[in-house]
Design a binder for this molecule. Sequence first.
Ligand code: ADE
Ligand code: ZN
Length: 340
Amino acid sequence: MLTERMQRLIREMPKGENHIHIEGSIPARTALKLAKRNNIAMPFNDEDSMIRYIRSHCGSLDEFMACDRLVNSVCQTEEDYYDVVYDLGEDAKKQNIVYQELHLDYPLNEERGIPMDVVMKGYEQGRQAVKRDFGVDLVFIAGIDRSQSPEKSTEFVKNLEPYLGMIDAVGMDCEELGYPCILHKEAYEIAGKMGLFRTAHAGEEGDCRNIWDALDVLGCQRIDHGVRAVDDPVLVRELADRKTLLAMCTRSNVRLFPTPADHSIKPLMAQGVVCSVSSDDPPYVGDLLWEYEGLVTDLGFGEDELIRVARNALEYSIKGQHHLALFDAFVRKWKDNDLK
Ligand code: ADE
Ligand code: ZN
């Protein structure tokens, strides 16, 4: 049961978030502001109608991507990209998120003819302002659109060279079915040589083969989603032994299981797999607090399990381990108060 105390714990824990996409997370207030600024017509005109529209247009990953592309088209200038990251930072602060790993999916902007420098400069200025004004650490993951050709993804990774000061990782997302991750082996090899951390969406709508390949062919140090890992006991053992983080988003996966209670995070954790939770694309599915609340209401997580998942998001993060002392001090205080 989601008690008031649980809600407080969820709100007050200093949290990390490993899996959220800038382009899929443009807050409704920001999307409307930018649509007006750039004179772009959208099929909605206020926050409620935008949320209703996007939530009724994402029955599959492919439909979601179409909607994601539509909303993202409000971004045109460096200032727009800055505003998106700044407003996301404001929302992070409100949820007591201290560290957040953001996928930036430049290919969704490139296909509209926006130069890489415009996007990157806007995002980087936004990141610095978020640290200054909200104290939130943002880390960028450059997302390969796996529906593009291998030549294109290789070129994309090579083009990251001038931005290595702001990018810490490479990831892979967008439509999964029909686009096995091994197509992008060369891009990952180059990313590894550039010193980038490697992660990939795998086993979301796709199967365990894609997770194995992400690990063994692409050299991924973690997996985003990975919900289907539960189908392969050997893979479960391997993930647990390697302590490979599954950066899961249970609310975002609602279409993938018969009911929310059937989500694979629980059996995977019970078998020793390290999992964290994130919002993925908040306007479509809800924010990080809502994600944690779902662990309680849908999956019966107790306080200790919530704390474990939240700690994983920092301990197994790309570079958020320095927040662990703050997290552990919070937990000690929370438990001390409990005893009084
Ligand atoms: N881009 C944004 N959200 C995504 C998801 N859940 N899967 C793949 N690509 C995405
Ligand atoms: Zn995702």
